[in-house]
Design a protein around this ligand. Structure first.
Ligand SMILES: NC(=O)c1ccc[n+]([C@@H]2O[C@H](COP(=O)([O-])OP(=O)(O)OC[C@H]3O[C@@H](n4cnc5c(N)ncnc54)[C@H](O)[C@@H]3O)[C@@H](O)[C@H]2O)c1
Length: 337
């Protein structure tokens, strides 16, 4: 730890990697960016120069650098598991963007590596946990304000048209909602049923819009709504119906404008605007937890269980039927403290 600052190495200098690197370099207490790695050397150099850091094109060399205390992985999904495993192997804390892996089998390997290390080193980038509107709903439920939760409803509305397959939408995008549902309901998802609308009529696995029905292990139920192309902006909403009331996040923070016989309200253009503060909170709390020696935040267990549910969703896509989501028994390392 040079100059009493946690020295972070950032892997992947694309959209979110650059955002995290700049947040750490400029807006995070107790940390600095020591190095930035990207297979695209120009990208690595631009972001490294901006953060006063060293540029790398080899993830292994960056992880092994003794000047690097902790890692943040923001490479494409397919590299997350191997790079997280390399960080655990090096005994260095790591914040890995979601999804932690792209299969349950690889998620299990990350769990096994942490269990062998005997301590939590990996955190997964489920950053809605650090969004105030989500945290307020969590607190309402924990206080018992709405009694026992009966159902979860999530809306995940994306503004962009991208050529996503239904499998890609589940593993890369709906995984956020799967984690939100598990976290806020404080229960595992035990069954899923997926239905979707194609974005390309002649491509059966293309996805424009999806509904996922959920059953939870404690008897509660739920739905996730996902859109790949809203045509109007970006919205994330969660709503929980309890025995004694209902809690719903506020999706808009702009004022309601009344003018010319209409009332209107702004909608976020996309995720960097909607969750700007959550990304800042996420890295600050991660840095504080490492410095304090007490891991917090979404764990490798959360990363793994979200993949168990995501794979059940993919089985439902294939079978056209509801499918069970069955994970292994939670190891004691991940018991709530
Ligand atoms: N938590 C969130 O809200 C959130 C938001 C956006 C993206 N993400 C996740 O972050 C990751 C990156 O997304 P993005 O939007 O920044 O993508 P991006 O395409 O903008 O950036 C990815 C970067 O990784 C680099 N790269 C490719 N192969 C690599 C490798 N083997 N090692 C290191 N870097 C490599 C690419 O050159 C590129 O610069 C994805 O896994 C995505 O799911 C999470």
């Amino acid at each position: 730890m040079k100059n009493d600052l946690l020295q972070v190495g950032v892997i992947g200098a694309g959209m979110i990697g650059a955002l995290h690197a700049r947040n750490i370099a400029r807006k995070t207490q107790g940390a600095a960016v020591a190095a930035v790695m990207d297979v695209d050397s120009e990208r690595a150099q631009v972001v490294a120069a901006d953060c006063g850091a060293q540029a790398y094109t080899d993830a292994g060399a960056l992880i092994a650098d003794p000047a690097v205390d902790a890692l943040l992985i923001a490479s494409p999904d397919a590299f997350h598991a191997e790079q997280t495993l390399a960080c655990i192997d090096a005994g260095k804390p790591v914040l890995c963007e979601k999804p932690m892996a792209t299969s349950v089998a690889d998620g299990e390997r990350v769990l096994q590596a942490e269990l062998a290390a005997g301590r939590r080193l990996a955190q997964v980038g489920f950053m809605r946990v650090y969004d105030q509107t989500h945290a307020d709903v969590y607190d309402m439920l924990a206080r018992g304000d709405i009694g026992k939760a009966l159902s979860f409803r999530g809306e995940h509305i994306n503004p962009w048209r991208e050529n996503s397959s239904i499998e890609g939408a589940i593993i890369n995008s709906l995984i956020h909602d799967i984690h939100s549902a598990r976290w806020l309901m404080n229960a595992e998802i035990s069954q899923v049923f997926v239905q979707w609308v194609r974005s390309e009529p002649d491509q059966p696995r293309s996805a424009r819009y999806a509904i996922v029905q959920l059953a939870f292990a404690d008897g509660a139920i739920g739905t996730l709504e996902w859109s790949g192309d809203s045509g109007y902006g970006y919205e994330i909403v969660v709503e929980i119906t309890g025995e004694a009331g209902k809690a719903r996040t506020i999706s808009h923070s702009s004022p309601v404008l009344r003018r010319g016989h209409t009332a209107s309200q702004g909608v976020s253009p996309d995720w960097p605007q909607r969750f700007a503060q959550a990304y800042l909170n996420e890295v600050q709390i991660w840095v504080d937890a490492i410095r304090g020696g007490q891991p917090t935040g979404p764990s490798a267990w959360d990363g793994y269980m979200s993949l168990v549910v995501a794979e059940a969703c993919i089985r439902s896509v294939e079978s056209g039927l509801p499918e069970r989501a069955v994970g292994r028994q939670r190891p004691a390392l991940y018991n709530p403290r």
